[in-house]
Design a protein around this ligand. Structure first.
Ligand code: DGL
Length: 265
């Protein structure tokens, strides 16, 4: 094992949602160490101008680079559609993997060729997402709909009733259109997957993208930089710019009782 193999994978998100992707990365790459940074103080990003998102994300990337990360995962669709290309230009030395909804799988799974994508408003309106739909689901009817109301409630751990009330409203266009597959285009949404599924009904397939992003990370590590760990004793560090309690709660809910450190960036 070379020293480089001990470098962690860096994962960033505006908040806790990226943990839904982090856990898939750790499942698929159990020998890898990771550093996760959540910008919970500034979450949600979805309603901010692109320039501001970029300014906020840059400092998260710099933090992960200071931690010697060998690869960075943008575990946030909103950040990916706003900043992926610019970040790759500014930080060319480290591979950067983005998060996108599994449009291709959704198009493969739909029986009636009607798929839905639920994300933040910025993601739903982005050219990045439109191109993705055109490429993989151009022959399907795609209801591409965004809301900025859910992320802050999930982030704050708001009670279930207010979350369900919003889901009911936001899910209605998908129901009206008769979609039989819904791709979640925001890393926070798997955390309310059960509520979404209940409101949509059991006949609609709800897809999140964590596993696909985990597989992409594995491919990049094995193919491009050949620094995948095979026998290391992995470690995981968690940082947030906001409150640690909610972060720890979500981390515990996915089976990890690890310390979460608050930092100012
Ligand atoms: N988890 C982010 C995403 O995937 C949430 C964005 C936000 O902070 O609004 O889009």
């Amino acid at each position: 094992m070379t020293k480089k193999n001990n470098q962690p994978i860096g994962v960033l998100d505006s908040g806790i949602g990226g943990l839904t992707i982090w856990k898939e990365i750790v499942n698929l790459l159990p020998h890898e160490s990771t550093v996760y940074i959540a910008d919970s103080k500034n979450c949600p990003y979805g309603s901010r101008p692109r320039e501001e998102i970029y300014r906020l994300v840059r400092r998260l990337v710099q933090f992960l680079l200071e931690k010697q990360c060998k690869l960075i995962v943008l575990a946030c669709n909103t950040i990916t559609v706003s900043c992926l290309d610019t970040l790759r230009d500014e930080f060319p030395k480290v591979p950067i993997v983005g998060a996108v909804p599994v449009v291709k799988t959704a198009a493969e799974q739909t029986k009636n060729c009607k798929i839905g994508i639920l994300s933040t408003t910025r993601t739903a309106k982005s050219k990045y997402q439109k191109d993705l739909i055109e490429r993989f689901a151009g022959n399907c009817e795609v209801i591409n709909f965004g809301t900025n109301k859910l992320v802050p409630l999930i982030e704050e751990g708001e009670n279930n009733t207010s979350i369900i009330r919003i889901i009911e409203v936001k899910i209605q266009p998908f129901k009206d259109a008769g979609v039989d597959v819904l791709a979640l285009g925001c890393s926070h949404f798997p955390l309310i997957r059960d509520q979404i599924q209940k409101i949509l009904g059991s006949k609609v397939l709800v897809l999140d993208s964590g596993e696909a992003i985990g597989r992409q990370v594995k491919r990049v590590l094995q193919g491009r930089i050949q620094r995948a760990n095979l026998s290391n004793k992995p470690w995981h560090e968690f940082y947030t710019t906001g409150k640690t309690e909610r972060f720890s709660e979500i981390l515990a809910s996915i089976g990890y009782n690890k310390p979460v450190r608050k930092i100012d960036l």
